[in-house]
Design a protein around this ligand. Structure first.
Ligand SMILES: [Zn+2]
Length: 366
């Protein structure tokens, strides 16, 4: 077992490689100091932050997105965008496999939007508004929220995105509408229970989050009779609220976990999710009772969000119990597979005409 001596050829090859590298790096070293100021000219004047050190994997790096952030449209690759989405959409303290599941769900949601045309026509592919597309925050903003944990949290999130490079939730070979929510009431909800149409991969499935460990898992909201009347009539002007308060809301149909599928509001049948929106409740899993003085109504609400697709706290619980991100995703998205996928399979490198996406895509988030 003699150690081989490096040959002369190898030595001289190494020397030439070093010289070659120096040849290329020298001009960069000269240019680098001017890079910041040159780039910032095209950005808003108050953005003085350094370019993020994150580098996307091959698949995510190959997709360039136009991201509408306020008034500005910024181009960035899919991986860089996803890091900003995961920072904003899931607590960075969550389990690494839950963060990976979130990264893959957000990637899938983004690819679905690209494929179907999205909400912004020719202006942008996606925006940073959580009520429209997905939340997104910059590294600087996230760091100031995180405080002394910032380095560790940023690293966790970048790892989650990089280690799932291109991994996408597919149904029939195409990216799904991978919606997610904060926490379920023990059972997720089928798309058709909340929005207009059912989707085969968005069915009600069990969700293992433990309410006592989740902030504001149980919430309580109170309205005076006058406030409630105003909100109900704004949503359903034709509803009949002439009787006593106790008769305004009737006949709730609930699922096994207590989410309200339908109920009668002043004689009109509405979805529980619609009443949730009208009253600003945290979820459609609610009960109500007339206040003791008869002058108001109290709602007791469980969970947070629309309840469809991946539950973030449920994903975190699954991860804590040993599930990996693929197991988490295929649990919450029925009949799906998780596979590497690239936008180039449906989007030519050159941007063509507008695909004109379908109207009324459900919002994600809470
Ligand atoms: Zn949007």
């Amino acid at each position: 077992m003699k150690r081989q001596k490096p040959s002369r050829v190898r030595q001289s090859a190494a020397v030439s490689a070093l010289l070659l590298a120096a040849l290329f790096l020298l001009p960069l070293a000269v240019i680098a100091p001017f890079r910041g100021p040159l780039l910032s000219r095209t950005e808003t004047p108050d953005e003085t932050e350094q370019p993020p050190p994150f580098t996307s994997g091959d698949l995510d790096g190959g997709t360039v997105l136009r991201v509408l952030d306020g008034e500005e449209v910024r181009e960035m690759d899919l991986g860089t965008y996803l890091v900003g989405v995961v920072r904003a959409e899931m607590p960075a303290s969550f389990e690494p496999e839950a963060l990976k599941a979130q990264a893959a769900a957000a990637r899938t949601y983004t690819l679905y939007k690209l494929q179907t045309g999205g909400n912004h026509g020719e202006t942008a592919d996606i925006c940073t508004d959580s009520t429209c597309c997905q939340a997104y925050i910059s590294e600087d903003r996230a760091r100031s929220n995180w405080g002394e944990d910032a380095d560790a949290y940023e690293a966790k999130i970048e790892t989650a995105v990089r280690e799932t490079d291109g991994e996408t939730v597919l149904y029939g070979g195409v990216p799904i509408l991978a919606v997610f929510h904060a926490s379920s009431a023990g059972l997720t909800r089928a798309a058709g229970q909340v929005w207009l149409n059912d989707l085969p991969y968005l069915q009600a499935v069990s969700s293992p989050e433990q309410g006592d460990r989740i902030p504001n898992y149980y919430s309580r909201v109170e309205f005076t009779a006058a406030e409630l009347r105003e909100k109900l009539l704004a949503a359903w002007p034709e509803s009949d609220l002439s009787g006593s308060l106790s008769g305004w809301l009737r006949e709730p149909e609930t699922d096994a976990a207590g989410s309200v599928a339908t109920l009668s509001v002043g004689g009109i049948t509405v979805k529980g999710s619609q009443l949730r929106s009208a009253l600003g409740l945290r979820s459609a899993c609610f009960e109500w009772e007339v206040r003791d003085d008869g002058q108001g109504m109290v709602f007791f609400v469980t969970g947070h969000g629309h309840g469809v697709g991946l539950s973030q706290y449920g994903a975190n619980q699954m991860a804590a119990e040993g599930a990996d991100y693929r197991e988490i995703l295929t649990h919450y998205y029925s009949g799906t597979t998780v596979e590497p996928f690239s936008a180039s399979t449906f989007r030519p490198p050159e941007r063509g005409g507008d695909a004109g996406g379908p109207e009324g895509s459900p919002p994600d988030g809470a």
